[in-house]
Write a protein of this length. Structure first.
Length: 67
C-alpha cells in the first residue's frame, strides 16, 4: 500500500514540474517574441498553471470513494 502511495505522489510531483517547466518556457518565448521589457507572460503563465494544478488536486482529493 505504501508503494502505491509513493508512486501516486511521485507522479504528481513530476506532473507539476513538467507543467511548470512548459509554462515558463512558453512565457519566456512569448516575452521574447513581443519584445516587452516587463516579463508579463513569464509571470502570468506559471501562476495560471499553479492555480489550475491546485484546482485539479483539490478536485481529485475531494472525490468520494465508493467503498
Amino acid at each position: 500500500m505504501a508503494n502505491k502511495e509513493l508512486l501516486k505522489y511521485a507522479g504528481l510531483a513530476f506532473q507539476i514540474f513538467a507543467t511548470l517547466s512548459v509554462a515558463f518556457f512558453i512565457g519566456y518565448k512569448l516575452d521574447h517574441w513581443t519584445g516587452w521589457k516587463f516579463p508579463l507572460f513569464l509571470i502570468l503563465f506559471p501562476l495560471l498553471v499553479i492555480l489550475a494544478l491546485f484546482y485539479k488536486i483539490l478536485k481529485d482529493t475531494n472525490k468520494k470513494k465508493d467503498e
